[in-house]
Design a protein around this ligand. Sequence first.
Ligand SMILES: C[S@@+](CC[C@H](N)C(=O)[O-])C[C@H]1O[C@@H](n2cnc3c(N)ncnc32)[C@H](O)[C@@H]1O
Length: 197
Amino acid sequence: MDWDQRFSIDDYLFGKEPAQALLKLEKYLVPKGETLVIADGEGRNSVYLASKGFKVTASDYSKVASRKARALADKKKVEVNYRVEDFFDIIWSEKQYDNVVGICFQFVPQEKINEVLLGLKAATKKGGTLLVHGYTPKQINFGTGGPKDVSLMYTKEKFTGLFNENDITLIEEYQASLSEGVGHNGQSAMIDFVAKI
Ligand SMILES: C[S@@+](CC[C@H](N)C(=O)[O-])C[C@H]1O[C@@H](n2cnc3c(N)ncnc32)[C@H](O)[C@@H]1O
């Protein structure tokens, strides 16, 4: 997927408003905590969290997306530390955050997903929150966003196999209608996962 090319449109591919799931789940985040937003794209989620007082670092490898994210942050007069980097180069244990937020980072091959989820856990402070939102395999039937490869979707089992049951605050598969730019638009099959680390 050439993300720079996908983001090279005037509009914001996934809109300028935060993901619906983030609005629903932000109450589980450590309030105003130091927060890492991974695969942040054009900044809709990082800018929103910064506007709510979180100290946000956002990471994505698309230069085009990062430029648009910075423009959105400027427009909303918030500060976000934007990093342009490949997700697979991040050493997750290097720094810990109060919150780690991953919205629709559906590009991790099956053989790497466990390592990545454990990496995100390692990047979250003890007592901090890990929040992941994405599509489930049923999304293939809707075709209203996300990859066409079912192995990239998330299932409850991907999480429950790796996290202690007592640490899981919420894990839910559900269907809802999304209206998040042209990129996420229509009835969708999704999963939310929140854990206290
Ligand atoms: C579906 S978009 C989601 C963007 C954002 N989370 C949102 O909800 O608006 C997936 C994002 O993953 C980023 N991405 C894909 N592969 C990546 C990689 N290897 N390293 C860093 N970012 C990557 C893309 O640039 C894109 O911004």
